[in-house]
Every structure is written in structure tokens, then in C-alpha cells.
Design a protein around this ligand. Structure first.
Ligand code: ATP
Ligand code: MG
Length: 876
């Protein structure tokens, strides 16, 4: 069975069991401070498990894009080295939100694997949670009994908490699980050793394929477990592993998911897969990593120097480095895999195919820049080796290796490899220490301690009324304490709130909560999944009081001007540059708007002017906002609404329209009632933030007015400085021209002056033995003149030794000239001489044996320079 068919069969099987298909959520996680990337199918359903939200359907099936390269689940170091862990992989899942539980989950899993996919029963093992004393949990006898009905008892394993108790993170939903493992060894091997003992033992052919999690608990921050309000099923099956089992391969990379990519690499490198372990690992790393990189870029995360962007950058570098070292790729090569990737995954993940060119461009640029870095790093490593050779050292110290890693992105194994080739080794312990130090530094900066929620009322729903109101009578539903580098703060959830939580680029609202007794400042509002969380620096003395929640209206007013202007800007960019304009990020606050978008060339001045004038025309049209809430997503798309890749949309969306033929966007943000209030729109900068992505910053309303006034004031001030000419530009041009002419004139005069001085010096030359010597103090206009005179004298006078002590612009300078023959025959050296003479002027310098210069601080020392020089050369 082909991979594509295996995937669709999974979905169809669960659809036949009344499950609803749900698309994968983006791989890059927004609105969840505990997670950077989706690492399991359950992430997008977290709120259902926690009871924060009610599931739209109680039975769901999906294929989720997952990435396990950071945090609790980090498989990066295994990837490519083994054949069944990937960075990015698809997790197939079926879900019950308070509907069926262990019985159906177990029976259906078995039916699908053995009846539908026809996996041989005698290759399958199952595991069941064996209990854990520290958590006070018993064996999962319920699951054991259910399995016993369908699987012989000697194929059921009781597993530890590590293997059979699934947790998303340090806190959050969790529960016992039952795993299904498959033994893919040959019949001979299976005959000699039972697979039973190899389960959960890192055997590359006896691997877990499916995990059925019975979500029952919420892990609190003190480590204790609390029963969840309802029981759920969360299953996750690694798609790539399943395909391997069905296609009877001994490696995920031998399935039709990966072989076409490996073939491309074989062709490009001229090397064959399967002959050399190092080459194999390199190929596996590359065909794995390209997926992780492409999928994350497709979901809007560009490689960068921090957080999620940095994780992607490091994955890409890992792949490039393997290609460089083991496959001989010295030029970008990964981006070339994009067409195949788009073709193979376009159907299930359309975001990749739709942005194929953009993603390829970003990857290519990133590769090129890392290859340059690699080159530079190699040069530095060469230099280090030369230095070490002269000191006969054999170990590169940890600090140096870490610097190569940290500044040049040079992985330790590469540094060791090159070092080994040169008979050197690396202080790996020292490297690890430096690494730990850095980790501690960043951990201390990022660490946040989060307490458990304290319930104040048992209010269920949380209502956002901030589109229509800036004030509300609200009660606190729950609160918790957080500690981070900003200090102690609290997070509050209100039953009803006018505060907009940061999202879609728009900053969170600030304001106050007021009760009769006190006034509490709301510092920020953010989303945590779908929860609206208000940040305050102090807890109300009576949390159950009723509060009047008031948004800072002025800040909100300025912010919405910028938000609506962002929509107008995007529409105008499409008109001027074309329909390919895809938003790649935005920031909207009270002082500016920032809009990042995919576009390959710099905007010309005309284009910028055109965009500005379209936006300003739309502002003057005073278009009324047309807001539609709860539009079915399909209907919204039919209206031509612009949606973003990497954004998670529900079944019902909000559509914001300013002129249905101009700007229609899916948007949850706040907007002006009609465009006229924006007043004025002005672009203040346009530039590139990375390959293929441009950034525009613009201002509106009050800020735009002030900006224009400042510019006009500047022009006026310039005008006044120029004594108010009719044409300022012309006046400045003629000033520049005049200045250039004067400069030329002065240069001419300086040259005449230098010639006169040189002629005078010629008369002071004295013969000493075989040499002609000249020692003099002079006053000169420039260092250039000094150099020029020195060289002319050298050419005109035979066997010359000359020391000129000059005052230039009030500072002392020395030039020493020695005839080339004298340098070789008498072993004289102008560099040495000038260093000695420079002591008289408290300075230093150097140069070549025949010409050297020095500058200094002590002008009064110039005469002694001449005296000292006379003595220095008197013996010749
Ligand atoms: P393993 O012990 O093999 O790392 P896991 O216990 O981390 O697996 P789960 O968190 O239970 O796995 O995830 C559910 C399923 O997802 C696994 O049964 C497996 O098929 C698949 N899976 C997990 N991690 C990876 C990965 N890095 N690459 C590919 N598939 C994976
Ligand atoms: Mg794992």
C-alpha cells in the first residue's frame, strides 16, 4: 500500500466510526507560553481536555504535523543516526472528547492494524501502564483486561511510568497509556530471540508505532495529579513508522515517503545510499530536515537568531553541514528538494505547495549564508591550528571550540573531525562546561514559574466584549501567580472582558480594574490558547468583588487606526505589486504598524508613493467597517477573504471588510468604525528582513501628522540657514559644488607649498661617509604631503638617509627614509629607527625597512628627534 493510501485509509476508517476529520493545526504554536512547536496531536485540543472549551465534535480524527526538536520531546540528536525518529513527522490520531474510552480505543486500534492494514498479529506487542507508587497510581487493569480479550497474554507488557504514562509537558493533561509495538526483524531473528524482551529497549527493528493515551489527569505545578472533569482518548500513531511496518521495510527511510528524496541526493552527490554508514546518515538527516524546515517556514516561521526561528536555523545548519562534510555539497542544495516536497505533500498540506517558491528562496539564501560561515570558520580553525603548531599544543581548548560553535555555527563534531584530521583533539569537557554556562544564562533570562490556577467562581464561559465595549462589569473567574525576570505578577481570567488579548499582530490592551476598594492596573493582556489572561502586578484584596474593567481608550484608539491601516496597506500592496503578496508577520500598536510580506525585490520610490496614495485615498473615502462574526470558514473564503498560512482558524470566523472590492480579511482584531478617523497614513521605512521578505513600517493619524510637521520644520530650518533662497535644493547643490572647487584649490596650494619645502630640504643634505644624510624639522599641511616629500627625496638623492620631524595640524609626525641599497648592505631599518625616535614625541609607529612613519603626542620633542637621528646615523 502506498503512503498516501495508508493515510487516507486511517481517516476513512475512523470516519466510518463517526469521527470527524480535522485538519492539522500549524506546526508553529502561537498563544501557548509552554510550547514552541506542536509536538503531539493533542496540542490543538488542549483546551478541550482542560475543560476550558467545549469540543465541537466529540469524535475526531486527524493527521498532525509534529516537530520534536525542543523542550520535553526532543529527538534531534537521534534523527538520521537511527531510522525511526524524525524531527518533523505526521501523527495520525483518533480522539474522544468525553465520548468513548478505553474499550473502543483498544478494539478499533487492533481492528485497523490487523484487519484493515493486515499487519501480522504475531509481530505485534502491546503495553499497559504498570502503576507508579510515587503518583499513587495502580496498574491499568482495565486496559489489561480489554487487551486480554484480543491478544494472547504473553504479548502484553506492563510498562513503567516513563513508557506508559503520557505527559505533554511538566504540567497539563496526562494519563496512562497503552502502546502498540511492532517487531520488524526477520523470521530467523525472531525465532532465536523473543520480541517481548526487546520492546521499549531501543531496538531499531522493534519499535513503538501507536500510543493510545487515556487522558484522565491534570498534572499541577506541585507535581500532584488532579482528575480531569471528563475522560478522553488521545491516540498518536507515527505515520512514517506505520508506513514502514505495512511496506515491510527495515527503515522509515526505505518507504516511498523518503526514497524519492534520497534518489535526488544520490544523483546530485554521485554517492550511493546503503554503502557507507556516514553517507547514509548524512542523506537521512537531509531528507528528514528538509521537511521540518519547509513545513515550519510554510507556517510562517522564518529562520532567525532567536526562539523558534533559531531552532529552525540550527536544523537547517545541521543538514547543510552533513551535506558539506559527507556528500561534498559546497553550494546550496536543500532548496532543490522543494518541488518534490510540494508535489508529495501538497495534497494533505496545501500550504507547502502554495508557497513553494518562497520557501525555496528562503532556504537557498539561508544555506548560502551558512556555507559562507562554514568557510570563514574553516579559515579560523586553520589559523588556530597554525598558532597551536608553533606552541606545540595538541588540544583545542573548550572555550575556542565553543566560540566556533556559538559565533560560526560550527558544530562540535565538525570541529573534532577537522581537529582529528590534523592530529589534534578537543577539550570536550571544557566545551560542555561553556555550553552549560550559556544555557544557564539563557534559562535564567527566560525562566518563568507558573502557579496553579486558583478558582474564584465556577463561571464556565469567558466572554470577550471588546469589539463593542471598552468597559464592563466583570468578576474574576480564576487567577494564578507567575514569577519571571520581571518579578512577581498575577494572571487573571475574567468572566466578561473588554480587554483585547495580544494576537494577530495587535498588542494586548492595558487599563484598570476598579472596585469600590481599589484600582488595579492591567499591564498587558495575552492569550493562552483560547483563554484571555490579564496581567496585573497585584492581586485584588477581595478577588470575588465585582470590578469595573476599563480599557485604556486612547491607546486602543491609536492601535485600531494602525490595525485598519494595515489592512488597507495589504490591499494596496496587492494592487501595486501583485497578488502574490502574502503576509509574513505584523505588529500593530499605538505608535506604529509594521507589515512583513513575501516579495523578492525592493520597492521603488514610485511604488511606495503609489501604495501610500491608494491607502490615503481609501482613508478619505471614509469607508465604513463591515464586520461579520461567526461566518462559516468556507463562506468567508468564497467572499475572497485573505487568510494567513500558519494561522489556526476555527469553523466559524470573523471577516473584516473595508470596501468589498478592496480589503476583505479574516481577522480577530479591533478596527475603526470608518476609515476617515485614521486621518493620514505615511510609510516611514521599507527594507528587507530576510531573503524574500520585505518590511514596511508606517504611521497614522497623530503620529503621521507630527512626522510630517517635523520634516517640514527641518526644511524650514535649512532654508533659514541658507538665508531663505527661492530654491533650497539648488542652493545646496551650489554649496556642494563651491566646496568641491575650494577643496581642489587648497590641494593645489598644498602641493606648491610641499614642493617649495622639498626644494629647501634638498639644500640641507650633507654627505656622511658613503651616505647622504638629511635631518630636519618642518611644518606641513598634511600627512600625505609628508609621505610625498619623503618619497621624492628618496628618488632624487642617492644613498639617502633622511629623517623629517614634521608638525602637521599641531601634531608631531616623523618620517624615516633609507635607501634600499643601504638597507641591504648596512642592515639598516627605518621601522626600527622610527620606533626609537618616536619615544621623543611620546608616540609609536612602524613601517618597512626603507620607509616608516610615526605619530605622537609631544610636539615639543621634534627638535630632539632630529638630534637623536643625527647621532643614530653618525657612525656610517
Ligand atoms: P519513542 O519512544 O519511539 O520516541 P514516544 O514514546 O516518544 O516514541 P509518543 O510520544 O507516544 O512517542 O508519540 C506517539 C507516536 O508518534 C509514537 O508511537 C511513534 O509512532 C510516533 N513518534 C514519536 N516520536 C517520533 C519521532 N521523533 N519521529 C517519528 N515518529 C515518532
Ligand atoms: Mg520519544
Amino acid at each position: 500500500m502506498e503512503a498516501k493510501k495508508i493515510r487516507s485509509t486511517f481517516i476513512e476508517f475512523f470516519q466510518s466510526k463517526q469521527h470527524q476529520f480535522v485538519p492539522s493545526s500549524p506546526i508553529v504554536v502561537k498563544n501557548d507560553p509552554t510550547l514552541m512547536f506542536t509536538n503531539a496531536g493533542m496540542n490543538q485540543f488542549k483546551d478541550y481536555f482542560l475543560g476550558n472549551e467545549i469540543a465541537k465534535a466529540t469524535r475526531v480524527a486527524n493527521s498532525q504535523k509534529c516537530l520534536r526538536v525542543s523542550g520535553k520531546h526532543n529527538d534531534l540528536e537521534e534523527v538520521g543516526v537511527d531510522t525511526y525518529h524524525h524531527t518533523m513527522f505526521e501523527m495520525l490520531g483518533n480522539w474522544s472528547f468525553g465520548d468513548y474510552f478505553k474499550k473502543e480505543a483498544i478494539e478499533w486500534a487492533w481492528e485497523l492494524l490487523t484487519d484493515v492494514y493486515k499487519l501480522p498479529k504475531d509481530r505485534l506487542y502491546v503495553s499497559v501502564f504498570g502503576g507508579d507508587a510515587s503518583d499513587g497510581l495502580d496498574k491499568d487493569i482495565e486496559a489489561f483486561d480489554l487487551w486480554k480479550n484480543i491478544v494472547p497474554e504473553d504479548r502484553i507488557i506492563f510498562g513503567s511510568k516513563k513508557d506508559n504514562f503520557w505527559e505533554m509537558g511538566d504540567t497539563g493533561p496526562c494519563g496512562p497509556c497503552s502502546e502498540i509495538h511492532v517487531d520488524l526483524r526477520s523470521d530467523e531473528e525472531r525465532a532465536t530471540e523473543s520480541g517481548f524482551d526487546l520492546v521499549n529497549n531501543d531496538h531499531p527493528q522493534v519499535i513503538e508505532i501507536w500510543n493510545l493515551v487515556f487522558m484522565q489527569f491534570n498534572r499541577l505545578s506541585d507535581g500532584s495529579l488532579k482528575e480531569l472533569p471528563a475522560k478522553h482518548v488521545d491516540t498518536g500513531m507515527g505515520f512514517e513508522r506505520l508506513v514502514r511496518a505495512i511496506q515491510e521495510k527495515s527503515s522509515n527511510y526505505d518507504t516511498d515517503i523518503f526514497t524519492p528524496f534520497i534518489q535526488i541526493l544520490e544523483k546530485k552527490s554521485g554517492k550511493t545510499y546503503g554503502e557507507n554508514e556516514k553517507i547514509d546518515i548524512a542523506m537521512r538527516v537531509i531528507v528528514d530536515h528538509i521537511r521540518a524546515i519547509a513545513f515550519t517556514i510554510a507556517d510562517g516561521q522564518l529562520p532567525s537568531n532567536n526562539k523558534a526561528g533559531y531552532v529552525i536555523r540550527r536544523i537547517l545548519r545541521r543538514a547543510v553541514r552533513y551535506g558539506y562534510t559527507f556528500l561534498g555539497f559546497q553550494k546550496p542544495f536543500m532548496f532543490d528538494l522543494m518541488p518534490l516536497l510540494a508535489e508529495n505533500f501538497g495534497e494533505i498540506f496545501p500550504e507547502v505547495a502554495a508557497q513553494q517558491d518562497f520557501i525555496a528562496k528562503v532556504i537557498q539564501e539561508e544555506e548560502a549564508s551558512f556555507l559562507r560561515t562554514l568557510d570563514n570558520g574553516l579559515k579560523i580553525l586553520d589559523q588556530i591550528q597554525v598558532e597551536m603548531a608553533s606552541k606545540s599544543e595538541k588540544i583545542i581548548d573548550g572555550k575556542t571550540a565553543f566560540e566556533l560553535y556559538d559565533t560560526f555555527g560550527f558544530p562540535l563534531d565538525l570541529t573534532s573531525l577537522i581537529a582529528r584530521e590534523n592530529g589534534l583533539s578537543i577539550d570536550e569537557k571544557g566545551f560542555a562546561e561553556e555550553m552549560a554556562k550559556q544555557k544557564n544564562r539563557s534559562r535564567a533570562a527566560a525562566e518563568q514559574e507558573t502557579g496553579d490556577w486558583i478558582m474564584v467562581s465556577d463561571e464556565e464561559g469567558v466572554e470577550f466584549i471588546g469589539y463593542d465595549h471598552l468597559e464592563a462589569e466583570s468578576k474574576i473567574v480564576k487567577y494564578r501567580q507567575i514569577k519571571d525576570k520581571k518579578g512577581d505578577r498575577y494572571q487573571l481570567v475574567l468572566d466578561k472582558t473588554p480587554f483585547y488579548a495580544e494576537s494577530g499582530g495587535q498588542v494586548g490592551d492595558q487599563g484598570f480594574l476598579e472596585s469600590k476598594a481599589e484600582k488595579i492596573k492591567v499591564l498587558d493582556t495575552k492569550k493562552e490558547n483560547d483563554l484571555i489572561v490579564h496581567f496585573v502586578d497585584k492581586l485584588p484584596s477581595n478577588p470575588s468583588a465585582t470590578f469595573s474593567a476599563k480599557v485604556n481608550a486612547e491607546k486602543r484608539r491609536l492601535t485600531i487606526n494602525n490595525h485598519t491601516a494595515t489592512h488597507l496597506l495589504q490591499a494596496a500592496l496587492k494592487e501595486v505589486l501583485g497578488d502574490h503578496i502574502q503576509q509574513k508577520g505584523s505588529l500593530v500598536n499605538e505608535s506604529l504598524l509594521r507589515f512583513d510580506f513575501a516579495h523578492f525585490s525592493k520597492l521603488t520610490d514610485e511604488e511606495i508613493t503609489k501604495v501610500e496614495s491608494i491607502v490615503n485615498a481609501k482613508i478619505r473615502e471614509n469607508i465604513a467597517l463591515y464586520e461579520q462574526r461567526n461566518v462559516p470558514i468556507e463562506a468567508a473564503k468564497q467572499q475572497g477573504a485573505t487568510a494567513l498560512f500558519g494561522e489556526k482558524y476555527g469553523d466559524f470566523v470573523r471577516v473584516i471588510t473595508f470596501d468589498k472590492d478592496f480589503s476583505v480579511e479574516l481577522c480577530g482584531g479591533c478596527h475603526v468604525a470608518s476609515t476617515g478617523v485614521i486621518g493620514l497614513f505615511k510609510i516611514v521605512s521599507e527594507g528587507s528582513i530576510s531573503s524574500g521578505v520585505r518590511r514596511i513600517e508606517a504611521i497614522t493619524a497623530d503620529a503621521a501628522e507630527s512626522y510630517i510637521n517635523e520634516q517640514l520644520t527641518l526644511v524650514k530650518e535649512i532654508q533659514e540657514l541658507l538665508k531663505s533662497p527661492k530654491d533650497v535644493k539648488k542652493a545646496i547643490e551650489s554649496l556642494i559644488q563651491e566646496k568641491n572647487e575650494l577643496k581642489k584649490e587648497i590641494e593645489g596650494l598644498h602641493s606648491l607649498q610641499a614642493n617649495a619645502i622639498k626644494d629647501a630640504l634638498l639644500n640641507q643634505v650633507e654627505a656622511v661617509g658613503v651616505t647622504n644624510q638629511l635631518f630636519a624639522t618642518v611644518n606641513l599641511p598634511s600627512a600625505d604631503a609628508l609621505k610625498k616629500i619623503a618619497f621624492e627625496l628618496k628618488n632624487e638623492v642617492e644613498n639617502l638617509i633622511c629623517v623629517i620631524a614634521a608638525e602637521i595640524d599641531g601634531k608631531p609626525q616623523i618620517a624615516v627614509v633609507i635607501n634600499d641599497d643601504l638597507v641591504s648592505s648596512k642592515g639598516l631599518n627605518a621601522g626600527n629607527a622610527v620606533r626609537e625616535l618616536a619615544k621623543e614625541i611620546q608616540g609609536g609607529g612602524g613601517g618597512q625597512p626603507f620607509f616608516a612613519t610615526a605619530g605622537g603626542k609631544n610636539l615639543a620633542g621634534l627638535p630632539s628627534v632630529v638630534e637623536k637621528a643625527k647621532i643614530m646615523f653618525s657612525q656610517l
